[in-house]
Each structure stands twice: as structure tokens, then as C-alpha cells.
Design a protein. Structure first.
Length: 557
């Protein structure tokens, strides 16, 4: 259900959302239902690949960072983009580092200069509130937060692993090991390997890593950082086991050769960072993708309990996993009377619907596994998006309207505003608006002019109504059509007279017929009308809001 390869999957604890991301910068929200999931909303907040994603411990916040040097912050419950951070350097990892119930959400972002920057997770302050400049000597590639110990664990590409608290002096907490030499954290340096993923168990008592190039899965005790279990998934080992017939599942030699070729492909830097190891809710089982399928390993008995997707030849190599083990119908609070009741509806509400979600190498789909053993392949739900023009190999030239776009979503600090565009009525105005939006021209600009019961205006880089230019570098002509300012929430070009259109535009909040044939209409707001009204009612001084209201970005649909 993505148009490009799916990169990450995340279940949000307590709020029961599935969030999937793809390499073209698209993020999709899905809500867990009684059975299965339901699509909720799509964003395209990044221009290019997404480097890392993170869900907060309370399941209420989600953040992503990309090669476009931006961080996007989402409110999960309202599935809304609430803030954007622009970085000076390319990020390498991201992680929410506040405990459940914390009054201030805290976000840690690592970058290519070996720094870890700490940000206000609300996005109100775009500057870092703290920087860790000497913790790592090489770029950090993975971070994870332990809610039980209130501690962050981070690793870099050189194989160094560090513990630190996201507050006070940002040192190692006293509740864990005293001397690093007494731990097994130097095992990565000894094997000249580096963790590509760090995962904390739900109990907070252990953490697991997947490392390259040694391809080892390691399970550590969190407090002592002692190695508990280690599993060898190196190509040499799996080849030896295949030849000796000691593998969990024997595959044909031709099929094994094909799978082996894929194993070598996932060593690429762009893929290895997406491979992960996850725990079940008990903390006794770990799950990870392998050459044979998805292994479910009991770390107590040290045996492979199940092998999922072993016969799914069309799926390919599992890469990034996410596990849901909740009860979607269950209420947050269960009274004593409810627990003692024999009400079948309450019993049904307590039923679990576990679901494992997996991405696969070079696949635009994600795959879902449940505990229903009776489903056959003919009964499966398979959804696909229409392939992109590039994917179809089509040489057809798209129409002008499709090139310019027919809808847009303004993500603002007050909420989202959905706009229907009119490329047939105002082709140049729409082209100018869409191109500016795609190029990020409007990102961070404020609504500099707000007049109650009239309109809200934005699009000026100077923020005072005197700036802005068109995509052609000059003013362009008006485009008057049969459209009229006979409805509120009309989107029109701002100007300084006839044929002086540039980048500024406004949205009306009332009928404004006196603007007909004076301002080009190129769209109408169709959703988020309450957001437009709310902006129009803020306190102002000389028509400028006292509190900056920003456009986070504009998404063209």
C-alpha cells in the first residue's frame, strides 16, 4: 500500500496505531480495528528518503527525520502533523526520550557531526535545548529509550555503545553498571562490528541488537549490560547449516542460492539500517527476519519456536518488524464488577487480536500475520496502490492539471487546511502555488495579515507583506474566470494592483464579492474550515497576529 519501497513499520503503544513509511518520504497512519486495520491518513512530509522514525513511550507522539534535513513531529491520537524542525546537518537517528506521563516531550536527534541534539518535542522552540558533543566520536546510527530506567542507549558506526539520562547532566544513571569494562558492550569493537538496531524489551529489563558485518543478534541484560544470548546469522554459518542439513528448514539448493544473493544485497547501507529485532510483550521471545523467514526465538529455552513466512516465496526477505499484542475492543479501565461479570460482550472485548507486521526487501507492500491458522491464500486481503509513472515505464506526458495538482493540504501550527485547486480556471496561479509548495518555498512562513470576518493572508518570506516572488522571478498576470468570491473560504492571489501576482495568497472567511475581477481565485478550502476561522480570530496588532502562526509545509495531493 505504498508507491515506493516500505522502510519502517511501528505500532504505537496504548493508542493502537500502525505507522508505515516508505523511501519516497511518505508516512501513512492505520488504526487497529477489532479485526485487521483501517487506513486513516497519509502525509508526504519529506523530500526524499526517511532516515529514522520513533514512537514515544506513551504512544502519543511520532517523529521522523529525513535526508532533506528536516524533522517532522506528529500527534498520533489526532493523526496530525504539528511541527517541523529544520536542521543544519543531515540526521542519522531519532528517538523520543521522555517517560510516560512527562509534562514536556523530549526528542533526541543525532547528526552526521557525531552530535546528539535535544529538542522540545512540542516544536515550539526550534533550537536545541541541549547538545551532546563528546559522547560519541563517530556518527550515531541507533538510539533507544528505556522507560523503566529513564535511560537512553545509543550506538555509533564505530561500534561504541553508551548509556545516558536525558536530563540533568546527561550522564550514565546510577541504577545501571558502574564500570563499562565489566560489561559486554565492547564486544562490537572486538568484532569490528556496529549495531544497526537497538530495541528495548517491553519489560525494560533487556535490549537486543542486530549488528553488521558480523550479522549477530545479541540480547543483553539492561542493568548490567551483560550478554545473555547471541545468535549467529552470518552467511558462513547459514551456508554451513544448509549443507549439513542442520538448519531449521531445509530449502532446495537453487532456492537457497537465490536467497543467499538477497542476503548480500541487504548489506547495503540503505537497507541494513532498517533491519531490526523485536521482543514480544513478555520479553522472553525475540523476532527477526532471516534467510529462511521470520524467526520467533525463545530466549529462555534457546530454541526457534516458530518460523513465519517460510513458504511465502512472493514476499521475499523480511526486514523491519512490528508486533501488536493488544485487545482492540478492550477499554482502558475495567471495574471490579466488569471483571467479575459473565457478560459475553465484555468477554469478547477482552479478546486479543495479535498481529505481526513486516516489510520486505525491495517491496512496496507490508505484510501482516495473525494467529488465524485457517486462512488460505485465496481469502487473503491484498491491496495495491497504482504504480507511479516511473514504475510503469510509461512515456506518456501527463496533463497539465495533473502535473500541477488538484488539491493541497496546508499543515499549519493551528492544524490542517485542505484546499481544492482549480488548474483549469487559473493554470498559472496553480502552477506557481504548487511549484512553490513542492520546493518548500512556503515552509515556515507565517500568516502575516489577519483581519477578522474578512481573510487570512500568507506567502511572504519577509513576513510583513512586502516580499515574495513567483516561480518565474517576475510578476504574472491575473486569471479571471467565472469563479466568484460568493462563498467563504475562497483561496485567491494577493496583489498590489492589476497583473502583480507573486507568491502571496489569502483565504477568505466571509463572502467578499467586491474582490471579484480584482484577485485571481485558484482554490477553495474544503476541510479544516475551523482552522481558518480560528486563525482569523487570533489577537493582532496592526493586522499581524501577536503569536506567529506558521505554515509547516504544504502537501500536494
Amino acid at each position: 500500500m505504498h508507491r515506493d519501497n516500505v522502510a519502517f513499520t511501528n505500532w504505537t503503544p496504548f493508542t493502537d496505531f500502525l505507522i508505515t513509511t516508505s523511501t519516497d518520504g511518505v508516512i501513512k497512519f492505520w488504526k487497529k480495528q477489532d479485526v485487521g486495520i483501517e487506513f486513516v491518513k497519509m502525509f508526504k512530509p519529506h523530500a526524499g528518503d526517511i532516515v529514522g522514525v520513533s514512537v514515544s513511550a506513551d504512544g502519543r507522539s511520532f517523529a521522523s527525520c529525513g535526508v532533506d534535513k528536516t524533522v517532522r513531529i506528529f500527534d498520533v491520537v489526532t493523526f496530525d502533523l504539528i511541527a517541523m524542525l529544520t536542521l543544519k546537518h543531515t540526521p542519522t537517528s531519532i528517538c523520543w526520550v521522555h517517560k510516560r506521563g512527562a509534562s514536556l516531550p523530549i526528542l533526541a536527534v543525532a547528526n552526521e557531526l557525531n552530535q546528539i541534539q535535544i529538542f522540545d518535542g512540542r516544536g515550539e522552540n526550534t533550537q536545541p535545548i541541549h547538545e551532546l558533543n563528546k559522547l560519541h566520536r563517530k556518527p550515531v546510527n541507533a538510539m533507544a529509550f528505556n522507560n523503566v530506567f529513564d535511560c537512553v542507549i545509543s550506538s555509533d558506526v564505530g561500534g561504541m555503545v553508551e548509556y545516558w539520562q536525558p536530563r540533568d547532566d546527561y550522564d550514565k544513571p546510577s541504577s545501571v553498571f558502574e564500570y563499562k569494562a565489566e560489561t559486554n558492550l565492547f564486544d562490537f569493537k572486538k568484532t569490528k562490528s556496529a549495531p544497526t538496531s537497538l530495541t528495548i524489551s517491553p519489560t525494560g529489563l533487556q535490549f537486543a541488537t542486530f549488528s553488521f558485518p558480523d550479522r549477530q543478534i545479541r540480547v543483553f541484560d539492561f542493568a548490567s549490560a551483560k550478554l545473555v544470548r547471541s545468535y549467529d546469522e552470518s552467511i558462513e554459518t547459514i551456508t554451513t547449516m544448509q549443507q549439513a542439513g542442520t538448519a531449521v528448514q531445509k530449502v532446495e539448493d537453487v532456492d537457497f542460492g537465490r536467497r543467499l544473493a538477497v542476503e548480500k544485497e541487504i548489506e547495503a547501507e540503505s537497507v541494513r539500517s532498517k533491519i531490526n529485532v523485536i521482543f514480544d510483550e513478555s520479553g522472553y521471545f525475540i523476532l527477526y527476519g532471516s534467510i529462511l523467514g521470520i524467526k520467533v526465538v525463545n530466549t529462555v529455552t534457546n530454541r526457534v519456536s516458530r518460523l513465519l513466512a517460510k513458504d511465502e516465496t512472493g514476499m521475499g526477505r523480511a526486514v523491519n518488524l512490528a508486533l501488536y499484542q493488544g485487545a482492540p475492543k478492550k477499554k482502558q479501565v475495567v471495574t471490579l464488577d466488569m471483571a467479575a461479570s459473565s457478560n459475553p460482550l465484555l468477554q469478547e472485548a477482552g479478546l486479543r487480536d495479535p498481529m505481526l507486521v513486516s516489510t520486505a526487501h525491495n517491496k512496496q507492500r507490508f505484510y501482516m500475520f495473525n494467529s488465524d491458522g485457517d486462512v488460505n491464500k485465496s481469502e487473503r486481503d491484498i491491496y495495491n496502490e497504482k504504480p507511479t509513472t516511473t514504475a510503469k515505464g510509461s512515456a506518456k506526458i501527463e496533463t497539465k492539471a495533473k502535473e500541477s495538482g488538484t488539491a493541497a493540504i496546508l499543515h499549519t501550527t493551528f492544524g490542517d487546511i485542505h484546499i481544492r485547486l482549480f488548474p483549469e480556471a487559473a493554470p498559472k496561479s496553480v502552477e506557481n502555488f504548487v511549484t512553490h509548495a513542492k520546493n518548500g518555498y512556503y515552509n515556515g512562513l507565517i500568516f502575516h495579515r489577519v483581519i477578522p470576518k474578512f481573510m487570512i493572508q500568507t506567502g511572504d518570506p519577509f513576513g510583513d507583506g512586502t516580499g515574495g516572488e513567483s516561480i518565474w522571478g517576475r510578476e504574472f498576470e491575473d486569471e479571471f474566470s467565472t469563479l466568484r468570491h460568493d462563498k467563504p473560504y475562497t483561496v485567491s492571489m494577493a496583489n498590489a494592483g492589476p497583473n502583480t501576482n507573486a507568491s502571496q495568497f489569502f483565504i477568505t472567511v466571509e463572502k467578499t464579492p467586491w474582490l471579484d475581477n480584482k484577485h485571481t481565485i485558484f482554490g477553495r478550502a474544503v476541510q479544516g474550515l475551523d482552522v481558518v476561522t480560528k486563525i482569523s480570530q487570533v489577537r493582532t496588532h496592526k493586522d499581524k497576529p501577536l503569536q506567529d502562526i506558521q505554515i509547516i509545509n504544504i502537501e500536494i495531493v
